[in-house]
Design a protein around this ligand. Structure first.
Ligand SMILES: [Ca+2]
Ligand SMILES: [Ca+2]
Ligand SMILES: [Ca+2]
Length: 290
């Protein structure tokens, strides 16, 4: 996606506060510092919290426009009214489906614009907060999009294994000439209780941890005493010298490793919610039903 018209692919990003950032690709291939994407009056483009952004020339005038989602589940688009080298964007317009503004279920819309049905017109596909994916066919012959009502491409899953807040990418994943869908998700797993065996062993671990910590304190005091009583008096920087001495003390190092291991085991006994993010691939069925 080259939004600065110099033949180098740039990066654009949405954000939680809602501004959109452009990271221009520099001559050496690295990305330059972030610049805010702006309206033609110089004010920042801000489609709402948790913005996602997709750049595409949706009205066919040769300039890349922005299509954005937000936490409310709306889709907005911003026509590029600048130039090939200097993008500037018109006031946002709410994207309509079947003539009406819409919000996707669960909010958190993640739009992409591609020709999904291969008729040469760029359609809208939206990843939704509830975990579903919807397709809005572009019915316009030319110019700005005119979208049909949404059709479900992938249903939400209440019980998993797929999660929510999905973001999509359209690509021919298996190279058979048909566009497929990649889906990124977010899932919160219920806290898992510790095993009865671990619970049974926890008093033993606690006791050992107390012993290890006592031993660590003793070794520390010993090392300090040795430093202070050495020939020529204590070192100028006692703290640094103490850390250096303990770093070379094998018993101290082993005790510290054991302390970390026991603390980890005991922390693991507290039930804690876990989250995950997976990427799923959905291969397109061909006309022959393959
Ligand atoms: Ca355009
Ligand atoms: Ca199409
Ligand atoms: Ca394919």
């Amino acid at each position: 996606m080259d939004i600065t018209g110099n033949g180098r692919g740039d990066l654009i990003s949405g954000s939680w506060p809602g501004q959109l950032s452009l990271f221009p690709r520099l001559e050496d291939g690295s990305l330059g510092p972030a610049q805010q994407l702006l309206h033609d009056d110089g004010s920042p483009v801000k489609p709402g919290s948790a913005t996602t952004v997709y750049a595409v020339d949706w009205d066919g005038d040769g300039l890349l426009d922005l299509v954005c989602g937000n936490i409310r589940g709306e889709v907005w688009w911003y026509r590029n009214v600048g130039s090939a080298s200097k993008p500037r964007f018109a006031e946002g317009e709410r994207v309509l489906a079947d003539g009406h503004p819409f919000t996707v279920p669960g909010g958190d819309s993640g739009p992409v614009v591609v020709d999904w049905n291969g008729n040469g017109r760029l359609d809208l596909i939206v990843g939704c907060g509830d975990g579903s994916v919807r397709w809005y066919a572009n019915q316009a012959e030319q110019g700005p999009p005119v979208l049909a009502a949404g059709e479900l491409l992938i249903p939400a899953q209440r019980e998993g294994p797929r999660g929510s807040r999905v973001k999509v990418h359209v690509v021919d994943w298996n190279g058979n000439g048909h566009q497929d869908l990649l889906l990124g998700d977010y899932r919160r797993h219920p806290p898992q209780s510790p095993s009865p065996e671990d619970l049974e062993r926890s008093p033993e671990w606690q006791q050992e941890l107390a012993q290890v910590q006592t031993r660590l304190r003793v070794l520390r005091r010993q090392a300090l005493r040795e430093l202070r009583s050495q020939d020529g008096g204590p070192p100028a920087d006692t703290d640094a010298a103490l850390e250096a001495a303990l770093g070379e003390n094998e018993e101290y190092q082993a005790a510290q490793a054991r302390e970390a291991a026991l603390t980890g085991k005991l922390n693991g006994l507290r039930p804690r919610a876990r989250t995950s993010g997976h990427v799923w691939v959905f291969l397109r069925r061909t006309d022959a039903g393959e």
